[in-house]
Write a protein that binds this ligand. Structure first.
Ligand code: NDP
Length: 483
């Protein structure tokens, strides 16, 4: 497959190159080989992208919702038709196994384009009667939106941000993570092939400084970031300086509580999905696994057995179920946390080593006897490292589960119906799961509370974050004034 893109950026409906920017090598995480090169956007490229997005916005917003929606739904169809090639590319970009990318990435991007495409024509205001006078509201776009992505789900993040933004009549400049620059360019190509006018969706590559330049530009009305909490704080502050709208999808250290009465096999499945999918590089992962004492040994035994069945290897092989970390740097960060876990006295149940092969492969790793104050129980690791903590009673575990600055997700496994809902209600988290983990259907709001974020992606809730309401008072009779 051709992994070198036609050019680094996609602006005004065409590929654009400027080799004066800092070169960024694209590295295939499974081998460490360079598979492409892009150039960070220069100030001229950033200016070109913002000018194009601004120029296209009025025309795009003036189209009917039905017309805009048709283009988004056409793009969804193209994504699905090309799912195989897009999944292979996503695997090159991220190292995630094709077994995952073929069912999660372009497909969930297509779901978002289809969902918001279908909704575009329904985005209306309301009529508010006031005696003989009345007010009507208009749901209007914000203008130019900047999207900034993390490296774990490059296609999905590009679509989750662009679908609601474009449905509402905004245009977008999207900056992928420098680690995974390839897939957003394909989304841009497909949107334009589907009929989006030039300038509606633009992609610029770059390091954090390009993101920072976009966020602070006065031509930008809204910023949507998927990234870490430290980056979120910087981007939120820069956006606040000019009173821009924001959506912040940030990190987490989510609790997953497994009660004695849980179905063991399902609980182990939930823990695997919430810790080892995408080699653990998922923001909503339930990485603090609280296991009640009566089920603990059975849980650890079955978990270890099931992890032994993971097929680790070439991520392009459809049989492979566990791939490499996205980069050498991320692998080293995770190795640092594994060392800390051991230093601070957690019990290594399985894994912990780098694999002796090319690429950035780490074993799926489980620590038991983890206590609340250990570093591996407090900080987001963003790798295949599960921390198992013990608990006895519900009130105690709820207090501990919520004792974190984060609040992205949380899960509970139990067969007690009332307890399941009581626990879900008690979680300080934006996205919760009962007897499941990490489902993210486009129909459901997704996002965090506390330091994990601001705003929601997906669902009808996303519309609130990509549009604004104007109210228009209409007087039907004469207007009285005091003098
Ligand atoms: P980072 O926060 O390092 O980077 C996110 C993006 O922001 C990158 O494109 C980055 O560019 C850019 N950036 C960095 N500094 C600035 C700045 N000052 N101004 C504007 N943009 C900037 O996150 P990672 O890419 O390492 O992704 C992992 C993190 O993302 C984890 O914390 C994870 O939990 C979170 N995440 C959250 C999700 C959610 O929906 N809540 C989903 C997926 C991930 P560059 O690549 O050049 O550094």
């Amino acid at each position: 497959m051709q992994t070198q893109p036609t050019a680094s950026h996609y602006i005004g409906g065409a590929y654009v190159e400027d080799t004066a920017g800092t070169p960024i090598d694209v590295i295939y995480p499974a081998t460490g080989e360079v598979i492409g090169r892009v150039y960070s956007a220069t100030p001229a490229v950033i200016d070109h992208a913002l000018t194009s997005a601004r120029a296209a916005q009025a025309e795009w917003a003036a189209m009917t919702g039905t017309e805009r929606g048709r283009i988004l739904r056409r793009a969804a169809d193209i994504l699905r038709e090309r799912n195989h090639d897009l999944s292979v590319l996503e695997t090159y970009d991220t190292g995630k196994p094709y077994q995952e990318t073929s069912v999660v990435d372009a497909t969930s991007g297509a779901d978002a384009l289809e969902y918001f495409g279908g909704m575009a024509a329904t985005l209306t205001g309301e009529h508010i009667p006031l005696g003989e006078d009345w007010v009507y509201t208009r749901r209007e776009p914000l203008g130019v939106c900047v999207g900034i992505g993390a490296w774990n789900y490059p296609t999905q993040i590009a679509c989750w941000k662009s679908a609601p933004a474009l449905a509402c009549g905004n245009t977008m400049v999207f900056k992928p993570s420098e680690t995974t620059p390839l897939c957003a360019l394909k989304v841009a190509e497909i949107l334009h092939e589907a009929g989006a006018p030039a300038g509606v969706y633009n992609v610029v590559q770059g390091l954090g400084d390009v993101g920072a330049a976009l966020v602070s530009d006065p031509r930008v009305d809204k910023v949507s970031l998927t990234g870490s909490v430290p980056t979120g704080r910087k981007v939120y502050a820069a956006a606040a300086a000019e009173m821009k709208h924001v959506t912040m999808e940030l990190g987490g250290k989510s609790p997953l509580i497994i009660f004695d009465d849980a179905d063991l096999e399902n609980a182990v499945s939930g823990a695997i999905l919430g810790n080892f999918y995408s080699s653990g590089q998922v923001c909503s992962n339930g990485t603090r696994v609280f296991v009640q004492s009566g089920i603990k040994e059975a849980f650890l035994a079955r978990l270890t057995e099931r992890l032994g069945a993971a097929v680790i290897g070439d991520p392009q092989d459809p049989e492979t179920s566990f791939g490499p970390m996205v980069s050498e740097r991320q692998m080293e960060i995770v190795q640092g946390y594994i060392a800390k876990g051991q230093d601070e006295g957690a019990r290594l149940v399985t894994g912990g080593e780098r694999l002796e092969r090319d690429g950035f492969f780490l074993e799926p790793t489980v620590f038991a006897d983890v206590t609340d104050d250990m570093t591996i129980a407090r900080e987001e690791i963003f790798g295949p490292v599960m921390a198992v903590l013990d608990f006895e009673d519900e009130a105690d575990v709820m207090a501990r589960a919520n004792d974190t600055e984060f609040g992205l997700a949380a899960g509970v496994f139990t067969s007690d119906l009332t307890r399941a809902h009581r626990v879900a209600a008690g979680f300080e988290a934006g996205t919760c799961f009962i007897n499941s983990y990490n489902d993210a259907p486009v129909e459901a709001p997704f996002g965090g509370v506390k330091a994990s974020g601001v705003g929601r992606e997906n669902s009808k809730a996303a519309i609130e974050h990509y549009s604004q309401v104007k109210s228009v008072y209409v007087r039907m009779g004469d207007l009285e004034a005091p003098f």
